[in-house]
Design a binder for this molecule. Sequence first.
Ligand code: ADP
Ligand code: MG
Length: 361
Amino acid sequence: MKFLILVLSRGEGPRVLKWGMSSQLGEFELIARYFKMESDAMLAQGKSDAGSRVLLGIGDDCAILKEAVGEELAITSDMLVEGRHFFKNVDPRSLGYKALAVNLSDLAAMGAKPLGFTLALALPHADGHWLEAFSQGLFEIANKYTCPLIGGDTTAGPLTISITAFGSIPKEKAIRRSGAKVQDDIWVSGTLGDARLTLAALRHELTISAPDLQSIQMRMHQPEPRITLGQSLQGVASAALDISDGLLGDLMHILEQSHVDAEILLGKLPKSGLLLQQSEAIQNQFAACGGDDYELCFTAKQEQRDRLNQISQELSLPLTRIGTIKAMRNSKPSIDLIDSTGQLLDKDATASLLRSFDHFA
Ligand code: ADP
Ligand code: MG
């Protein structure tokens, strides 16, 4: 049996995260072992553009980033709370990966290039095995997208992971939610609904064979932020966001900020082979409203179609046209949903699809 005793002594020697009788790990030892070593190694490589912008990383009261002429700083935070955003016994390696992935996905949606991130961590106890695996997943993705860890905070508390990521964007090139124009095409990257399909299988809402589940579950546990796509969309997309709470709910944010309506062709939503094996109702529900996709949804003028097909080829990433931006008919934006037979969905069917995941519902 372990009892958590937190000793927080400001100013008098190292603060200690203590639990049980047998083991203890100082806060600074923990930071040094699981976060600072790997971060220093990344920064020492220094060749990367991102690394070269970090003048000072972990160890002082603040990190320092070098200013760059002609660039703007993009900043985003995401918090993951146990029991709310992830299961209690989730693999810590995937958790480390996903915690940074969701932040990088926000940078991608604006067209930003990662510069670095901070990590605020509340831990119920300092478990070395857990921290080792968490840190491995975290630095796997940090290295992949050259986004060094530059600071953070560590405390005892219910397991919570809060990351703030910083990115750079050429001056005035950020892709905002407010730029969609009437007649623009609506596009999405990748496929939609696989994270929701994985969740349904894990919750036993439907049955999927073990090998099939194996083939899609990374979509939920380790989503891939569309960083390169985001930067390629600078000057091409008129508006963009990343899909975290479901396509239709998130598209609404573009419509609200751009003061437009939209028409979406449900039959065009890109789906994995496995989702296509489900009933049409489940396909539509999961692709249109399932959360955790972390694909980009963006709008672009029709004359950008060739350019976008070229980007899709260059990145080996499907980009699919799923609808059109329309002039706003009422005081609030709305989405017309067209089913695979070309029929407009009625109000009730639309309302049930539009109910995307709401954390406070
Ligand atoms: P302060 O008391 O000045 O806020 P701390 O003692 O909390 O600083 O942290 C010491 C150093 O370790 C700081 O540079 C801080 O950014 C870094 N740090 C603390 N926790 C983490 C973490 N989980 N990941 C990365 N860096 C961290
Ligand atoms: Mg300080």
